[in-house]
Ligand binder design. Structure first.
Ligand code: BDR
Ligand code: CA
Length: 330
């Protein structure tokens, strides 16, 4: 299992993903967390990462947390407090954290850690669950760090419609310039590029939690199980919108497990179908943040950066992998 860093903006589904990654560390390889502004402001995402670490029973030595960029590369932050609650983890019932973030910036940490990975020949897997501001900034400051990356797996974008606008998925919309920078830099790195796995809405809207699934978490009889059940319940209350055409058919009373899909795929390898193709980001106009997907096998003219689109999966297997990982806490 490669050493793994999760860059995130917790956020209810980020928190669920983190609990699963911590609960199954032998499979996820998780060694550090970096946070960015996204679902809520940076002061909330960093506090939430610490609260998650502590309720999971870890301290700074076991899982350091680094705070990163407070907003996108251009313009002001658009948040998603309407979905995740004012502090980003509504319903989780987590106490104030006792610990602190590390004294260096997440971007500086990523640069140091990836350089070390390159020099030691043990490359790092980066999982991103929020806007790509931290990684894009690191790649601008130190393009050589691509040599330390084994792969990047990102919950971002959509091969179809969006969720924050008809065109754009939230993480792509918040910082489209960062996504553009990451996609082009990874594609251009080395001889073959760094593999960039894109888990977009096309997949995540098919991997949902209904009230029954949420109630199962409540039966776990652990603080983590109760936190997941509480926050997914609040998230689902906010999500109860009419299903949109072209959104993979997530029913009205089921919440898409966006970020956990990436972790679930690590825990249940092969559960998501990987389709090589290209990604292009729309930077201007009403479709700002839209990701255009082309597939090597299907489109006559491919345009954009090489990526691996993670388009459809075995929802039952993915859900089971998440539940089993979260079941590990006492
Ligand atoms: C993404 O946006 C955020 O609200 C979620 O945490 C997820 O990363 C889904 O579009
Ligand atoms: Ca997220």
């Amino acid at each position: 299992v490669p050493p793994t860093i999760i860059d995130c903006d917790p956020g209810v589904d980020d928190a669920h993903a983190l609990f699963a990654a911590i609960g199954a560390r032998h499979l996820s390889g998780l060694e550090a967390v970096t946070v960015v502004a996204g679902n809520v402001a940076l002061r909330h995402t960093r506090r939430n990462a610490l609260r998650i670490r502590e309720v999971a029973g870890l301290d700074a030595a076991a899982l350091p947390v680094y705070a990163g960029c407070p907003g996108p590369m251009i313009g002001a932050l658009t948040d998603a407090a309407d979905v995740h609650g004012a502090d980003g983890l509504d319903g989780a019932g987590l106490p104030e954290p006792q610990g602190e973030v590390e004294p260096i910036h997440a971007v500086a940490f990523l640069i140091d850690r990836l350089r070390r990975a390159a020099s030691e020949g043990r490359r790092v897997r980066l999982v991103t669950l929020g806007p790509l501001t931290n990684l894009a900034t690191a790649l601008i400051m130190a393009p050589d760090i691509a040599d330390g990356l084994l792969e990047v797996r990102a919950m971002i974008g959509s091969a179809g419609r969006g969720n924050i606008t008809p065109a754009a998925e939230f993480n792509a919309y918040v910082d489209p310039e960062a996504l553009e920078r990451v996609a082009t830099t990874l594609d251009a790195a080395g001889a073959d590029g760094v593999p960039f796995y894109v888990y977009g809405l096309t997949l995540t809207h098919t991997v949902t939690a209904d009230r029954t699934e949420i109630a199962r978490y409540a039966t776990l009889d652990s603080r983590v199980g109760r936190a997941v059940a509480g926050m997914l319940g609040a998230y689902l209350d906010r999500h109860r919108v009419a299903p949109l055409p072209g959104m993979g058919g997530a029913p009205a009373d089921e919440a898409p497990l966006h970020d956990p899909c990436v972790i679930a795929d690590l825990l249940a390898p092969g559960a998501v179908r990987a389709v090589p193709g290209r990604l292009r980001v729309v930077l201007h106009g009403p479709a700002r943040g839209q990701t255009l997907a082309s597939f090597d096998a299907g489109d006559e003219v491919g345009a954009g950066s090489r990526v691996i689109w993670m388009v459809e999966g075995d929802a039952g297997r993915l859900r089971a992998a998440l539940f089993s990982a979260v079941s590990g806490f006492s």
